[in-house]
Design a protein around this ligand. Structure first.
Ligand SMILES: *Cc1c(COP(=O)(O)O)cnc(C)c1O
Length: 710
């Protein structure tokens, strides 16, 4: 009796704490926490795409308390909650130790955030990068605040029609089902702010997501106070026409600054992640002028606080707005500065006096930032070349655009199995040592992980990917009213060299390049001794018909009788699909048209799982590849017509695949272990894991740009 009375309140306290934990994305990179949510309701967990909030909506207080009365389960829960609290209360963070005087927060602005599959407010790599950036900022203890938009319909879910054509579905993101809190005024009631767009005043409310120690604020115009038209302004990621586009960017930049002010936040740095948020400098400028500064002093003050990261290596990829659109959309706002419209336009023009030039967001950001950077060494160089006229020079050394190479948040991308593997061998705190090359050099130490253990890990992860694909195809079959999952067990094989290709189907990424000469490739899949299998996934932007044609081609390959079951296209690429693929892939294929891949990050996600990169020397791979830690497709060149480039790159791809990759993979000793392949994995892990992670990346931002004036 006594015993029971003591246990009950603690179960209740635990229940409350567990609910709180479901509302802090810390759990996204903590496998034990995920296991708890899954345990509570395996069905809801799976059906909701791993949504912890949805699990807790399903579970009654009664059920939760009853479950927590079970001592083994309660012990695990208590352990995870203690870890969570230790993380949140940590006093000696990286930032406190290394940058003790850096206290005023960084305000980080991005149009998309990819943090977890259950929060679909991202479209691709830019969003994934923002999500990984904010997670590492939290891990490092940096004072950091994210600002973005709350997309009620998010980004679309992809289905493939019988004709291989992409179809788009837009399910609703119900705030009740997300780990978001409505931001309220201190005196109660929701916090409302507004911006002027065109002739209207557009109101917005704000949702907050807690990402470990860092808050992320998402602006939302879906309010009865707004005209119907503006209620939908923030409904879709990069949705709608050019008016929506500029409206969203005004909301993000100008609205974002106003939100921070209404919360009493004075950031030390405004970090614009890509040009979408660059209008924020106009609001900062307006504030400085209103405070009585001269134009020159106001501009200087704004520049002193702004930092810009560019991601786009082609001129056509940058947001541009016409004079009329600018006048129409920003006229009312800009008139409050007392400055001429022509002056506004001059901030977005390479040649301020050229009235024919459109307004470019990147130009605005470059002109009004104290520092700017690209996202890999090569991309930094390409950006300096592209924008040198802005600095009136031909000498690239004089163009003030640097670079910080992207990374990934390794603890989020590591699957539960990878966490277990490294926890056992490197200790539970390996995730705190990601940037330490000496630590990762241990991979060569005797006894840490044998070839046999590494190969067992690879084999397990490959099996899990194969089963994931089979399950998805099986569900698809039933959805289509098929007569049963016959032959699913013949789909892919856990014993075959597995190549994966997954990313947005932007045409420059050349998804179908692998099959440029179908007749040469088909025998590789059907070789009885040394076969290959290839798994694809990826979405095309809804308005990108050329990208959709690429999907259609790839789907056709997967239906070719000679490739059936050996080439698969997985529908609806998202973070969850990505996590399975980067874990299971033996080889991660990337064949963009050089130099259009500013960085690329998907290939970095496989490193912790022992996946090897096979890539064009573009973006991060130019600096990551050392001749032994993966494979290059071709060399440093970009000459020739597009057709010539494709032909040459296909040639190198085929050659390296058939002469190096396949033979090495199937070169086994008497125990069936590919020793050379595993030696390559070790080399890869030592050289890539400590560099291509966001802890290193955010630390670089902090040292180079956030904490010190450049
Ligand atoms: C990592 C990732 C990307 C970015 O991949 P790239 O190779 O950089 O194009 C896009 N989408 C998802 C879902 C991802 O996980």
């Amino acid at each position: 009796m006594n015993h029971k009375r003591e246990a009950t309140p603690s179960a209740e306290v635990l229940a409350v704490q567990l609910r709180q934990l479901s509302r802090n994305l810390w759990w996204v990179w903590n496998p034990d926490a995920q296991t708890i949510f899954k345990e509570l309701s395996p069905l809801v967990w799976e059906r909701s795409n791993h949504n912890a909030v949805a699990v807790f909506r399903e579970i009654s207080q009664k059920e939760l308390s009853a479950r927590l009365l079970e001592p083994d389960f309660a012990r695990i829960v208590r352990h995870v909650i203690a870890e969570f609290h230790a993380y949140m209360d940590e006093k000696k963070t990286w930032s406190v130790e290394l940058l003790p005087d850096f206290k005023q927060p960084v305000a980080y602005f991005s149009a998309e955030y990819g943090m977890h599959e259950s929060i679909p407010i991202y479209s691709g790599g830019l969003g994934i990068l923002s999500g990984d950036h904010i997670k590492s900022a939290s891990d490092l203890g940096l004072p950091f605040i994210g600002v973005g938009l709350f997309y009620r319909h998010g980004y679309f879910q992809q289905r493939i029609g019988p004709d291989g054509w992409q179809q788009e579905l837009y399910p609703m993101n119900d705030p009740e089902n997300l780990p978001v809190e409505l931001v309220e005024r201190p005196e109660g009631g929701r916090l409302l702010n507004s911006v002027e767009i065109g002739h209207s005043v557009v109101y917005f409310q704000t949702w907050k997501i807690q990402v470990g120690r860092a808050p992320l604020y998402l602006l939302d115009t879906n309010l009865p106070e707004n005209d119907q038209h503006y209620q939908g302004l923030t409904s879709h990621v990069y949705g709608g026409d050019i008016d929506t586009r500029i409206g969203q960017e005004i909301m993000l930049g100008i609205g974002g600054v106003r939100l921070l002010r209404s919360l009493g936040i004075e950031p030390s740095v405004y970090h614009m992640n890509e040009g979408h948020s660059a209008f924020l400098v106009l609001e900062l400028l307006r504030e400085e002028l209103k405070a009585g500064k001269t134009l020159e002093a106001a501009e200087k003050a704004v520049r002193g606080k702004c930092l810009f990261t560019t991601h786009t290596p082609v001129p056509a990829g940058h947001d541009r707005f016409s004079n009329d659109l600018m006048q129409h959309s920003l006229g009312k706002f800009w008139s409050s500065t007392g400055l001429e419209h022509g002056h506004l336009m001059s901030y977005g023009r390479v040649d301020p006096k050229n009235n024919d030039e459109q307004f470019t967001m990147t130009v605005l950001a470059l002109k009004m930032s104290r520092a700017a950077n690209g996202v890999s060494e090569l991309h930094g160089r390409v950006s300096r070349e592209m924008w040198k006229q802005l600095y009136h020079t031909d000498d690239l050394n004089e163009v003030p655009i640097g670079y910080i190479t992207n990374g990934v948040h390794t603890p989020s991308w590591a699957t539960i199995r990878a966490h277990d593997f490294w926890n056992k061998r490197l200790g539970l705190d390996w995730t705190d040592k990601l940037v330490n090359p000496k630590f990762w050099a241990k991979i060569d130490e005797d006894g840490l992980a044998s070839d046999e253990e590494l190969w067992a890990l690879r084999t397990t992860l490959r099996r899990e990917l194969v089963e994931f694909v089979r399950k998805r195809q099986w569900e698809l079959h039933y959805r289509g009213g098929g007569d049963g999952p016959s032959g699913i067990e013949r789909l892919l094989s856990p014993d075959i060299l597995t190549v994966c290709f997954a990313r947005r189907f932007a045409t420059y990424k050349r998804a179908p390049l692998f099959f440029k000469h179908l007749e040469k490739m088909i025998p590789l899949f059907n070789n009885p001794q040394r076969p290959v299998q290839l798994i694809y996934a990826g979405k095309a932007h809804p308005r990108d018909n050329e990208g959709k044609k690429f999907i259609q081609q790839v789907v056709e390959f997967s239906r070719n009788p000679q490739l059936y079951g050996k080439v698969v296209f997985i529908e609806n690429y998202d973070i969850n699909v990505a996590r399975h693929m980067v874990a299971g892939a033996d080889v991660w294929l990337n064949n963009p048209r050089r130099p259009l891949e500013a960085s690329g990050t998907s290939g970095m996600k496989g490193c912790i799982h022992g996946g090897l990169n096979f890539s064009i020397l573009d973006g991060w791979w130019c600096e990551g590849y050392d001749g032994e830690n993966g494979w290059a497709i071709g060399a440093d060149y970009a000459e020739g017509s597009l057709e010539e480039q494709d032909e040459r790159d296909f040639g190198y791809l085929y050659q390296t695949l058939t002469e190096s990759i396949i033979p090495e993979y199937y070169d086994r000793d008497e125990h069936g272990i590919p020793r050379k392949w595993i030696a390559r994995i070790r080399k890869m892990m030592k050289t890539l894991i400590p560099v291509y992670n966001t802890d290193r990346m955010v630390a670089e931002y902090a040292f180079k740009y956030y904490a010190f004036q450049t």
